[in-house]
Write a protein that binds this ligand. Sequence first.
Ligand code: SAM
Length: 289
Amino acid sequence: MSRTHKRTSQTGMGASLMKKHFGQHLLRNPLVVKSIVEKAKIKPTDIVLEIGPGTGNLTVKLLEKAKRVIAIEFDPRMVVELQKRMQGHQYAKKLEIIQGDAIKIDFPFFNVCVANLPYNISSPFVFKLLTHEPIFRHAVVMFQREFAMRLIARPENNLYCRLSVNTQLLSEVKHLLKVAKNNFKPPPKVDSSVVMIKPRNPRPEIQFTEWDGFIRLCFLRKNKTLGAIFKQKKVLLMLEENYKTYTALKNIKIPKNRKTMKEMVLDVLKKTKYSDKRARTLDIDDFLL
Ligand SMILES: C[S@@+](CC[C@H](N)C(=O)[O-])C[C@H]1O[C@@H](n2cnc3c(N)ncnc32)[C@H](O)[C@@H]1O
């Protein structure tokens, strides 16, 4: 049933065992657990990937619906707690626990992902989901409320940012549920939200690392126009560096007659008349032009 990265199954885990840096805020309201599992729309043939099962509050409910659950848990003590809970459980055989860091481990094949996530890994986790192959059906994930709002923010909204653009480019993202902090033990400092991330299938044909580097620069100064941002030498150098790192990483040969990033970006800005626009006002399709 388990291993370390290392795959290795409600306990009364004492508060003293909770590790702050692991973001261990366990769901204590069964109604919230039920609602998350319902929203995940799991089919009996599904393989579910759960990130951060903790003591298994969500896990046991996922096991009732899925063909298999693969759970990745970083904290070895939580793994032990979960194994204890699963001893003699009717669905113990359907569960596989992998002990390790969900950000570093290659995900196994799955159809649906469910996670009450430790908030400190939200950004790298979303990035990993959005670029994951093969494309899965959807993910239902609990985030800190403000992070969730950034994922779904639209142009002109204060929270609209690089994360919103990347997420909405690669997925349909929907707010599902507000979860107040008193539903957790111990309660976190802020409220949370559950979000559905449904990857676009097929995925838009972009080179993500390069694209992300470009979007990062567009949002570098929220109140500056794109023209002003891309006039800066420093920014153009960063673009060029991004491009070189990317091509080296992917072993791509740089064509001799290629335009420099400066030429390319200034061309696009001129053609699209975006020089006077600010990134916070542009929708995904505008960036794709
Ligand atoms: C917010 S708790 C959720 C626990 C449980 N799913 C629940 O809802 O009650 C987050 C869990 O993720 C685990 N965790 C923290 N960082 C992790 C990482 N990088 N990879 C996998 N699990 C991690 C924590 O140890 C903890 O068990």
